[in-house]
Each structure stands twice: as C-alpha cells, then as structure tokens.
Design a protein. Structure first.
Lengths: 260, 331
C-alpha cells in the first residue's frame, strides 16, 4: 500500500541554487514522520511545495491518490492536508476563537451573496463552527483564552493555537513546521503530548523540527535532508546512527553547506 | 457573544441613526445644507464599500473615485444622451463598473502594499484623462450636463429634500449587507487575509478570488453613489472624480477608523461638511483640513470610532464571544 503523502523526484531551485534535488518522501496516515536536517537543507521548502506555497520545477506529489502539484494552497487544505508555519502567522486582529474558526473556512460552501443577505442557514452553520472551534480549543488547553485577542497570548500558547487552527478542520495529515521552536522544556513537553494525542486519533503528522530529543521520542519514521537531498530515512535509531547524518550534524560540513 | 447577537447590536445602532436621519430635515431646511447632507449620504455609500476593501481585506485602493466617476458618467450619458430612464441607466452603470473592476482587479490585485496603491492610482489617472479627452462622448473638461433626475414611478426626485430621502435611505440600507458580510465567515476570511495571506490560504480561504470579489463589490458601492450623484446634480465634470477625490474617500475611511463600518459613516459625516464649513476661511481651508487630518492620524491612528472599538476589544467585548461564556451568562 502506498503512503498517504507520496512525493517523488521533487526538485526546485531558487536563482540557480537547488533547494531540493530530486527528493523522494513519504508519510503515512496515523504516523509521525519527522523531517530533519541542518538549516537550509530544504525541509520547509519541501513542506511549501507539498502545501501549494511553492511550485517545484520537477517531480510529483500525491495525497491519498490526488495529485497535489499545481493545486492552489486553499484547495490542498480542502483535501485534508493542513499545515502550520514556523513563524506563527496568527490573525492578530481576531480573538483566539475566531482564529480557530478561520481554520474551518474550507467547510463553508456559501459565498459573498449568501453572507450579504444573511441566509438563515448561515446562522446555524456559524453556531456549529463556534462549537467545533471551542471543542478543539479545549483539546489544546486554550478554552479559557477563547475570547482574548490572539496576539496577546504568550508565545507557547500561540504555538498551540496554531496547531488548533490546523486541527479544527479534521485533516488527514498536518505538516508541522517547527512546532516547538522557541518553547521552554515544559511547553515542549505539553506540545509533544499533544502531537502524540493527535497521532493517536489517526491523523498523520509530518514534523519538521530541530529539537532532536523530541524527534527521537515521538517519531515513527525519520527522514534526513541535507542540501536538498535525502541522505537517510528509517527508524529514529537507524537515522541517528547513519554516518551521513552524523557527518551532517557533527562533521562541521554544514557550515559550508556541504554534506558528507 | 454569538454572531447573531453581534449583528443585533449593530441593528440597535442603526435604528437610532435612522431616527436622526428622519428628523434632520425638520431642522435643516436650507437647500444648501440639505445639499451637503445629500453629498454626505453618497460619501457614506462609497466609503462603506471602500471600508470593506481597505479596512477588512486590507487592500488599499486609491482609485475609487474612478469607479465613482464611471458610475456617474455612464448613468448620466445613458439617460441624457440615449434617453434611457435613470432607473434603468443606474443599474446598467453599476453593472458596467463592476465589470471594469473585475477586468482591472484580476491583474492589479496580484500586487500588494505600495504597488497596489500605485496601480489603482494609475487607473484613476487614466480614467480622468479619458473623461477629459473623449470630448465627443463625455463633454470633455467642461463636463457633461443635462442629466435628468431619478424618478420613481412618476415621482421625480427633483428637489433636495426628495433626494435626501433616497440618498440616506440607500446609505443606511447599504450598511446592512456590508455588516452582514463583515460578521460572516466571509468577513472573517477577509480579515484573515489582511493579517496573513499565507495563513489564510492554509486555512482554506481562497485568497485571490476573495480579493477580487471584495474589490468588485466595493467598486459597485462607489458606482451606485456615483450614479446617484449624476442624477442629483445633473452635471458631472472629470475634476470631481480625480485622484484627490480618491484620497478624500480613503481619508474618510481612515478618520473614522478602518475596519469599522460605523467609523466609515462617521468619517464621511465628519469630512464632507468640513470643507463647506471652512469655506469661510477660503485660503486657509486646505491648511485647516490638512491640520485636522494630521492631528487625527498622529494621535488617533485607529480613527475616531476605531479607537472606541479597540478599547472594547481590549476589554474582551470584541469579536465573537465564546459560547461557553454565553451559557454561563444566562445561568
């Protein structure tokens, strides 16, 4: 059986520099697949290509049998592939609840005209949206902050809000771009538990992360990228011992953008 | 607070306002002042649309006077030149302007920030030049005149007072769909793309199509105001719809408070009569006008009404109140 997210031969270059060079990548439903590698390895670029935020030069990407490349980002989200951002990108003009409600936007079938005329069905839908959003906020432990402006939350809470915003649409898979970057050890533990809880619900997760102890603890599979190429993939233990990975992280090659 | 309660609160504000509007002609009988009030109503209409675009979606247009002007010219020329009843020429003009907005919106809204401002400004300049140069059709720089007043079923709206009822009726009515939109999931999507287009996309908001739709909608509001203007004053000149008019409309949004429909109404009501009152000072008019703006933007960058709403938000009264709190409150 093929994986839920299946990427083959993905290449993209920016101004002649290859950010991704024929990368193969797969992530399964209900599993945590970590994507590691030194800065500039192409981890975020891979996520951007898959989620419709960058158009690769070559390659294929399929999600549950649907071809992803060329689809606009909001359609990819509609297929059940959600993502978060390394830099939070909260909707600061809205409160926490509304932020999560935006995450359900893809569910709404009615457009401008219905909204302007205030169709009665919208009122019911809106109420259902708020309830669903509240349930997810409770799940990530932010129910009490629901009425606060999103920008007023502490950084750690905003990270969990970002996860709630992606989680609320019941996606089949979430691409998490550095979910614990900048968090203290206690906040990191909370986030790790949340990630595992989401996985246990059957949601596939792709985890881009520099926190190796987190990656080794929660991941089912680890893929290591370096300079836009896959250098290793396997169980956390296998990848950790892989000579090229050791070289990439410890060999000093990374400062020069070189991989072993 | 649930969205429907939020909407009711808006209606609670609209009714007293309608009352004030209904009583005002009892006090204001001078046709000159009625004329100023009528112009204010048209500005309210245009600013309501512009506010949806700028305040909610965060897309700044400095070309809205062009849509205002095109609405005025098309409806004016169709009725005076081709004998169409104004009641027919007006919707045709609005439809035409929406089409123009769609055609220029598709390429222009790919731009953002300063580039979008420059592109819309450029569009306005082109429209002004065309209105001046196409003398055979538009009457050139001296303007197009002889435009008949609107008439509703034989009743010609040919006095200031009769037009007052129509203009203010439409201005207040125009707030209702705008309010509905602002408080819907679409309004939330628009605010989301204002804060972060990428995050909005990742949430499933069709950013590109939303930007175009709101642009066309706001152009439609301006076109209605413009067409009404033509049939009220009976004459339109290119100078009325140049870039300075666009700046004026954006300023009305700014002064009242961007992203607040009440703010837009207030901005129009504050800034339309201001130059008329300052007429006494003649030479100092621009100075005083500019000074008021400068002070407002320095000390109240959120706008007059925006400032008030912001403090409400800070106290937790803004936005949709979580349902939990609502149930707790009713216990």
């Amino acid at each position: 059986m093929s994986a839920l997210l299946d990427v083959r031969g993905l290449s993209i270059s920016f101004g002649g520099v290859a950010a991704l060079d024929s990368v193969d990548f797969a992530a399964e439903a209900g599993k945590i697949t970590a994507l590691i590698g030194p800065n500039g390895a192409g981890k975020t670029t891979l996520i951007n290509c898959v989620s419709g935020f960058a158009q690769p030069d070559q390659g294929q990407a399929g999600f549950g049998g649907c071809a992803l490349l060329g689809l606009p980002a909001h359609r990819i989200m509609g297929l059940g592939l959600a993502r978060t951002f390394q830099h939070l990108r909260m909707f600061n003009r809205m409160n926490v609840l509304e932020n999560v409600m935006v995450g359900l936007h893809g569910r709404m079938r009615r457009g401008f005209l219905a909204a302007m005329l205030r169709f009665p069905v919208l009122r019911r839908e809106e109420r259902a949206l708020a309830e669903k959003a509240m349930a997810v906020l409770a799940e990530v432990g932010l129910a009490r902050a629901a009425g606060k402006p999103a920008g007023a939350l502490p950084y750690g809470d905003q990270k969990r809000l970002a996860l709630a915003r992606a989680l609320v649409s019941d996606p089949k898979m979430i691409l998490l771009d550095e979910p614990v970057a900048g968090l203290n050890p206690a906040e990191t533990r909370v986030m790790a538990d949340l990630i595992l809880k989401v996985r246990d619900r059957g949601v596939g997760l792709v985890l881009v992360e520099h926190d190796m102890s987190l990656v080794m603890r929660v991941s089912d599979t680890v893929v290591a990228l370096c300079s836009g190429r896959t250098i290793a993939s396997g169980t956390p233990a296998e990848v950790q011992r892989h000579p090229e990975v050791v070289a990439a992280y410890l060999g000093g090659g990374e400062e020069f953008g070189l991989c072993a | 607070m649930s969205p429907s309660i939020q909407a009711k609160r808006f209606m609670a504000g609209l009714f007293p306002l309608a009352g004030v509007v209904a009583l005002l002609p009892l006090v204001v009988t001078n046709p000159y002042y009625l004329g100023v009030l009528n112009l204010t109503a048209l500005h309210v209409l245009a600013v309501t649309g512009l506010n949806l675009l700028i305040g909610f979606a965060g897309q700044i247009s400095l070309g809205h006077a062009a849509f205002f002007g095109l609405g005025a010219y098309v409806s004016g020329i169709l009725s005076a030149g081709y004998g169409l009843p104004p009641l027919l020429s007006l919707p045709i003009a609005v439809g035409f302007v929406c089409l123009v907005a769609l055609v220029i919106g598709v390429p222009v809204l790919r731009l953002s920030g300063n580039y979008l401002v420059m592109a819309t400004l450029g569009f306005n300049i082109i429209v002004t030049v065309l209105l001046v140069q196409m003398e055979d059709v538009t009457g050139g720089s001296s303007g197009y005149f002889g435009i008949p007043p609107l008439s509703l079923g034989g009743l010609a709206l040919d006095t200031d007072l009769k037009f007052y009822w129509l203009a203010w009726g439409l201005a207040l009515l125009g707030l209702v769909p705008a309010r509905n939109l602002a408080h819907s999931h679409v309004g939330r999507g628009l605010r989301a793309l204002h804060d972060s287009p990428q995050a909005a996309l990742a949430c499933g908001v069709p950013v590109a199509s939303y930007k175009i739709r709101i642009f066309v909608l706001s152009a439609g509001y301006a076109a209605v105001a413009g067409a009404l203007y033509a049939h009220y004053f009976g004459i339109v000149t290119p100078k009325t719809f140049d870039i300075f008019k666009s700046v004026e409309l954006v300023t009305m949004c700014l002064v009242g408070g961007m992203g607040s429909l009440w703010g837009g109404l207030f901005g129009a009501a504050f800034l339309t009569p201001l130059p008329q009152l300052l007429h006494v000072f003649q030479e100092y008019q621009d100075l005083i006008f500019g000074g008021v703006l400068l002070l407002l933007l320095m000390f109240l960058p959120q706008g007059l009404v925006g400032r008030l709403e912001e403090s409400l938000v800070r106290r937790g009264f803004g936005g949709i109140r979580p349902p939990l709190e609502e149930t707790r409150g009713s216990e």
